[in-house]
Design a protein. Structure first.
Ligand code: HEM
Length: 436
């Protein structure tokens, strides 16, 4: 997991393992095996999503998304809420996951395509039976999750099994969804291209990733064959998948762990009070976020025990020797993040959920853990480029949620896990407005 450019382990997974069948592996970031085209796209990604201005813009979008969320949650409480026990305020039971997915999906969709998908309002309309129809964006995001499963499936299941009778029905279902999302993003690209071509030269182009990709592609400043619109669409789809599932899963686990420990919840509330005062209406600035030491420690501890990506892979292009192990060329290696994060050699009381382990000030010492044993964003060249974006938005969401609502977690065990992902499958919670 070194950051050196001509690293033997730059490739995450060989294209032979199913990626060729999906025409993937030579564009985008995630599965790209070509260093030059990967670094070109990554530079654009950093400008659009990870530069300080982009992070501030992301915060603005989360803030306005949260205002919508608040509007719909308050309506739900008003329309369907009940007085539970001797509570003074009404509360309502919701599944948090669909809301979390939608708020991140809206933000990332605006950042990458400058389109507002209105996912929160259509979801509210649907669950309150005001309008049971899904809108096209919802359909797109649902199918995008299936398209992501399609890639995992192609990577893991060899072609002769994929094409086996009966199994091929499932293979076709996945592949059709993949094609549907490809056509959809391809149309987004075409529409955006037409918009860019029709605007006045003096008008300022928006700074979404799609516009950046299209203009860079037109000026062809990477000295390579320009990308096709389909390839650009695939890039966008990749960011949308990565930008929605990981943060929304993490946020759901954050609520779960805070909700199951009153002491942790109290410290979170105290930190919000200390930094923002008691009032419910305040602006969260970029600078404020760096002061949220305890909330950051809670998020880190969640990512330690529930890393959304539980395993990462690397492909040895050439033979190598790692300690006493001879690695032949073309070997796949995997890092089991989840095991590393709870390994007793590296962590005291590894199964205990304890955010204090990440608080330098709790024992007046520097953080003492081994950095190589905490790799929830991966490492080296292929380390997650959305990490600052994710941490910024997660902290912001925790502040906004806990300054406006009281949560009671109902789901006993929200976890669904396979060797690759740790997902929060369902998180039933009761929400109640905090009046202030
Ligand atoms: C809590 C949130 C997140 C977690 C835990 C997470 C975790 C990861 C991990 C473990 C990897 C693999 C790294 C490796 O192989 O070394 C990765 C890669 C990646 N992530 Fe994230 N991620 C998160 C949020 C995001 C967001 C918000 C975006 C986009 C806006 C994003 C975009 C990407 C991309 C494009 C890659 C591929 C990087 C490459 O191959 O060079 N991630 N992420």
């Amino acid at each position: 997991m070194s950051s050196v450019k001509d690293n033997n382990y730059f490739v995450r997974i060989t294209t032979r393992d199913g990626l060729d069948d999906l025409q993937k592996g030579h564009n985008g970031i995630l599965f790209n095996v070509d260093f030059n085209s990967w670094s070109y796209i990554k530079k654009i990604f950093i400008r659009a999503v990870a530069a300080p201005n982009a992070l501030k813009f992301g915060m603005k979008l989360i803030d306005s998304g949260f205002q919508d969320l608040e509007k719909f949650w308050n309506l739900l409480i008003e329309e369907q809420g009940q007085f539970v026990c001797d509570e003074q305020e009404k509360s309502v039971e919701i599944d948090f996951i669909p809301w979390a997915r939608r708020i991140f999906a809206e933000t990332i969709m605006l950042m990458t395509t400058n389109r507002h998908p209105n996912l929160l309002s259509t979801y509210y309309d649907r669950i309150t039976n005001k309008n049971p129809q899904k809108n096209l964006y919802e359909e797109f995001f649902d199918r995008l999750s299936i398209a992501s499963d399609c890639v995992q499936y192609y990577l893991m299941v060899p072609p002769f099994i994929r094409n086996f009778p009966i199994i091929n029905i499932y293979t076709n279902y996945l592949y059709k969804n993949m094609t549907w999302t490809r056509n959809y993003t391809y149309n987004l690209v075409k529409e955006r291209l037409e918009e860019i071509e029709s605007i006045d030269d003096n008008e300022k182009l928006s700074t979404d990733m799609l516009s950046m990709l299209l203009t860079a592609n037109k000026s062809n400043d990477n000295n390579e064959k320009p990308m096709t619109n389909e390839e650009i669409g695939d890039n966008i789809a990749e960011i949308l998948i990565e930008g929605v599932d990981s943060p929304s899963n993490t946020l759901s686990f954050v609520l779960y762990y805070i909700g199951n420990d009153p002491d942790i919840e109290q410290r979170v509330l105290d930190e919000i009070d200390n930094i923002f005062g008691d009032g419910p209406d305040f602006n969260v600035t970029y600078e404020d976020l760096s002061k949220l030491e305890y909330i950051e420690a809670v998020i880190k501890e969640v990512l330690r025990v529930r890393p959304v990506t539980a395993t990462i892979t690397r492909f040895a292009t050439h033979s190598d020797q790692i300690d006493e192990f001879q690695i032949p060329s073309s070997t796949h290696l995997s890092v089991n993040i989840l095991s590393l994060h709870v390994h007793q050699n590296y962590w005291e009381e590894p199964t205990k959920f304890n955010p204090l382990r990440f608080l330098a000030s709790s024992n007046n010492e520097k953080e003492t853990y081994d950095k190589n044993a905490l790799v929830y964003f991966g490492g080296g060249l292929r380390m997650c480029p959305g990490r600052q974006f994710a941490m910024t938005l997660l902290k912001m969401m925790v502040v906004l949620l806990y300054s406006k609502y009281k949560f009671e977690v109902i789901t006993k065990e929200p976890l669904a896990q396979n060797s690759i992902n740790t997902q929060c499958k369902e998180l039933k919670i009761r929400i109640r407005c905090l009046k202030g």
